[in-house]
Design a protein around this ligand. Structure first.
Ligand SMILES: Cc1ncc(COP(=O)(O)O)c(C=O)c1O
Length: 409
């Protein structure tokens, strides 16, 4: 494509305005304070300085694609917010997003719409397991996996990932031993993995599936971060690998991370197997839930219809941010950066600093004015690590990196 054509492709006509989607779009700062933002309006449990930069919870400081904003404004101006439902167009947009971006064929009737991935995982746990049944997770991992397992009185089985040459891998021997020993019923897989940023390869996914099929373990694959994969890597939905795997997998997808609409609470749960789908849906209905809210439906349709270009440009921006972070922190003797293959979350190995959990929080929040997620919340094996959300304007990231650069040897 020549430069002239490319230039026009990045211009979006909206009403009387022309909006350019390139790196400058993501450079625009929007004041998020006083918007009931978890990231900006909540305070860490410490004496946070005035100039605190929040880099903890996984949401982005970027505006949604302009067409999504416009559709939401139009919906708000309509002024009536009665009960809503998802129509055929909604399903076909979800189907076509996964076909276009991952070559994955799903059928409209496989999709359950739920108000969030964790809502769906909780319902799945209640639908497919009984009290004290075992559920396995690979730690360090998104901490609500452990919380929801224990909160539903299930037995939590942890298989720790192994850190080899700055890259995390699954300890398959340990995984299989624990599946067999604890008669594991469900695997909560995070793919790509938050917080360690791995994109599981086809070989790894096949091995996970082999073990799960052998022992009758249902795979719950949380693929909420699947749109954030960097150059050189490819996300493979585990259910796309074979009919047999598809038949025993529940895939949790969502536009919420991708398009920064987590506050609208939407996810699309893909279940090929009719029996599993019926059971999970029954557990969803038992909570009193029935349908997505109007704004979530509106934003999801607009995002999956118009969001491809915006997402491609966003990935270029995030890739630059990852490189910037690596350039600054990669030189530090006391910091080992685990370069993410996916996600906008950078996992920092700070064990050389010899600080305990509270010491790390105190150093980052009180001394540097940076609010990161403490690695210990993602499991024992995350102790000594911090997770940093870099989905922010370059100028903010530069300031954060400068503070670390000045303070850490
Ligand atoms: C792996 C993973 N799953 C689920 C969620 C939350 O999803 P939801 O808000 O749809 O429950 C997050 C949010 O950070 C996440 O990282």
């Amino acid at each position: 494509m020549n430069a002239m054509v490319l230039f026009f492709c990045t211009i979006i006509p909206l009403g009387d305005n022309m909006i350019k989607i390139d790196k400058s779009f993501f450079d625009i700062r929007t004041d998020r304070k006083n918007t009931n933002s978890v990231k900006y309006d909540m305070k860490p449990k410490r004496n946070a300085p005035e100039n605190l930069i929040p880099m903890w919870v996984a949401d982005m400081d970027f505006k949604v694609p302009p067409q999504v904003e416009e559709e939401l404004v139009n919906a708000a101006r309509h002024g009536i917010f009665g009960y809503s439902y998802t129509d055929e167009e909604y399903d076909s947009l979800v189907v076509s997003w996964y076909k276009t971006r991952f070559g994955w064929d799903i059928k409209p009737e496989w999709i359950l719409k739920t108000p969030g991935v964790m809502f769906a995982i909780g319902s799945t746990i209640r639908a497919l397991t009984d009290k004290n049944d075992s559920i396995l997770i690979f730690e360090p991992v998104y901490y609500p996996f452990a919380r929801i397992t224990l909160g539903n009185n299930r037995n939590l089985v942890v298989s720790n990932l192994k850190l080899e040459n700055h890259r995390y891998v699954i300890d398959f021997q340990d995984f299989e031993d624990k599946v067999a020993r604890h008669k594991v019923k469900l695997l909560l897989l995070c793919s790509p993995h938050n917080p360690v940023g791995r994109v599981w390869t086809k070989e790894e996914l096949l091995e996970i599936a082999r073990i799960c099929l052998k022992y009758g373990v249902v795979i719950v694959s949380d693929e909420i971060h699947s749109d954030f994969v960097y150059k050189g890597y490819r996300h493979i939905p585990i259910a796309s690998l074979s009919e047999e795997i598809s038949n025993s997998t529940i895939t949790c997808t969502s536009p919420s991370k991708t398009f920064n609409i987590a506050g609208l609470q939407v996810s699309n749960i893909v279940i090929d197997n009719l029996d599993l789908r019926r059971k999970v849906w029954k557990a969803c209905l038992q909570t009193g839930y029935s349908s997505l809210n109007t704004m979530a439906i509106c934003a999801t349709k607009a995002a999956y219809k118009h969001g491809h270009l915006w997402l491609d440009k966003l990935m270029d921006y995030l890739e630059d941010n990852v490189c910037l972070t690596q350039n600054v922190l990669g030189k530090k003797r006391d910091i080992a950066l685990i370069r993410p293959e996916a996600t906008y979350l950078v996992w920092l190995d700070l064990r050389n600093m010899n600080l305990d959990k509270d010491g790390l929080d105190a150093f980052f929040v009180d001394t540097l004015g940076l609010w990161l997620s403490n690695g210990s919340i993602f499991g024992e094996s995350g102790t000594g690590f911090m997770r940093m959300d870099i989905a922010t304007q370059k100028s903010i990231l530069e300031e954060a990196l400068h503070r670390i650069d000045m303070a850490v040897h």
